[in-house]
Design a protein around this ligand. Structure first.
Ligand code: LFR
Length: 493
């Protein structure tokens, strides 16, 4: 039985058709499109109508395939949302989580509500772009939007609403707002009240795998399709990626590697200790009653932006060229803390890396190869640091690390990660989010019995490449240097 997964990332989206043939998944990309955010003045927004247009293009392509999908699911990056009026019309283009307007908002909110209270209510890490701070920023800059708003819908909820006419929120993505209370199993009324946010705009929260509607008449008419059912999946892309981790053991560590690197483990209940808050770990909602104890690491974003800077200077490198140039450079010449806030906004990363090096008494890397080497080694060492913290917080010991997501195409990064952690890396599948999206649909359709059967099928269907650790003493020494040069234990943010 085939299902259709729309998986939207921060730089591109894809429509994947998956077929389950007696415990083997076959996947086909039927549509891929860029997701280019739009800068107007100093604001940074998503082109949501274009994304909806591309979703319709994906549906049209599915029509051309031999078998129509039995259902549809959408996942995307987290935290961003649209506000709609009482008639259900969009009031604004959703802002990009890297829009600068949230700068300083989190600190202002802390004057009203102490961070310890926000964390104990939500279990969510403090990132300046969480929906809670975006909403407070809108309240300050464009208060009429909240006065007019009838509904708050996150990106996949919004696109699902466009397709079905039904407005509902989905659990995994909702938790990333930092406005959801897992103990109360609902939006946190107290936080909303204290921040003077209208609780009436928030919709009921469905678990992943719920039938959320069918393609509405205007869509079936326009595209010439039957009313295909639309399910909530794990609509946060990271939640879908974690669902697709082909683990055999119940206790496992993962790294979802794309624009962001999300590292952590799956837990039965949120870890709300003071230590978890201090380390700025999060407890995002997962599939089938689980939570994702994890931490955001800035990830390949720094490399993507560096590549873009060189392009603006007129030099176009491919990722494989950049990685080859990095491999030719001497090892461990310079380290950055990838999670330093200077690397969060879009911009000239080579310059910021050189400034970081100068600030921390290191020789600034000059060539693209040296810069890429610095980024990749620093990421691998940061992964080790966060893996150790995940073990500390969860009280587990991991034999190795599962890596999923497009970042695993960077083989040196996988190898260096294995070296840094001194344990094997199991890399695959690269299309983790799309596979997890499909798995939840198949479970709802009764084709797979549960998430553990799904994980076993995923393991049998996709290549999982093993990277054994090498050069362990060298990396051990580098880890010491990394910690020293990046300011000891850089656990914030
Ligand atoms: C990854 C991701 C992260 C989230 C970030 C911003 O694509 O969804 O999990 O923190 O994007 O939404």
């Amino acid at each position: 039985m085939s299902v259709l997964a729309f998986d939207l990332g921060a730089s591109s989206g894809r429509a994947m058709l998956g077929r389950l043939n007696s415990r083997a998944i076959e996947m086909k990309e039927i549509h891929r499109f860029p997701n280019d955010p739009v800068r107007i003045g100093d604001r940074f927004q998503w082109d949501i109508l274009r994304l909806y247009h591309e979703i319709k293009q994906g549906l049209l392509r599915a029509k051309g395939e031999q078998e129509l999908p039995a259902s549809i699911g959408i996942d995307s990056w987290a935290v961003d949302f649209g506000l709609l009026d009482a008639r259900g019309e969009l009031l604004m283009n959703p802002y990009h989580y890297r829009d600068p307007a949230t700068e300083g908002v989190m600190e202002r909110v802390f004057r009203e509500i102490p961070p310890a209270e926000i964390f104990s209510r939500t279990g969510i890490q403090f990132l300046p772009f969480n929906s809670i701070y975006q909403l407070v920023s809108i309240q300050q800059l464009r208060p009429f939007l909240l006065q007019e708003a009838g509904s708050f819908l996150m990106i996949p909820d919004l696109l699902r609403y466009f397709l079905t006419g039904e407005m509902e929120s989905e659990f995994t993505n909702t938790t990333t707002t930092q406005l959801y209370n897992p103990a109360a199993r609902g939006w946190d009324e107290e936080l909303l009240r204290k921040l003077h946010l209208p609780s009436s705009i928030f919709h009921s929260v469905l678990q992943p795998g719920t039938l959320a509607g069918k393609l509405r008449e205007s869509v079936t008419g326009e595209l010439g399709l039957p009313p295909i059912p639309v399910y909530t999946v794990a609509e946060h892309d990271t939640a879908s990626a974690v669902a697709a981790v082909p683990a055999l053991e119940r206790s496992f560590a993962y790294l979802s590697c794309g624009t962001w690197s999300l590292m952590g483990t799956e837990v039965e209940r949120p870890v709300l200790t003071e230590r978890a808050r201090e380390l700025n770990f999060t407890n995002e909602g997962g599939v089938y009653g689980t939570f994702r104890l994890l931490k955001n690491i800035m990830g390949l974003w720094i490399l993507q932006e560096a590549k873009r800077s060189w392009e603006l200077e007129g030099v176009l490198y491919s990722y494989s060229e950049l990685v080859m140039m990095a491999e030719a450079e001497p090892a461990f010449a310079c380290f950055i803390d990838p999670d330093d806030p200077v690397f969060l906004p879009a911009g000239d990363m080579p310059k910021r890396i050189r400034e970081y090096a100068a600030r921390t008494n290191q020789k600034p890397p000059q060539t693209p190869g040296a810069i890429v080497r610095c980024i990749m080694e620093s990421l691998a060492l940061r992964y080790r640091q966060v893996l150790e913290l995940t073990e500390e917080l969860s009280g587990q010991a991991f034999k190795g690390l599962h890596m999923v997501g497009g970042g695993i195409h960077n083989e040196s990064l996988c190898q260096w990660t294995a070296n840094a952690i001194g344990r094997p890396v199991w890399a695959g599948p690269a299309e983790g989010s799309a596979v997890g999206n499909m798995a939840v649909q198949w479970i709802s359709l009764g084709e797979l019995s549960d998430i553990w059967e799904a994980r076993a099928v995923i393991r049998d269907s996709f290549e999982v490449r093993v990277y054994e650790p090498a050069d362990i003493p060298l990396w051990e020494e580098a880890y010491g240097l990394f910690k020293q040069r990046t300011g000891g234990n850089t656990i914030q943010q």
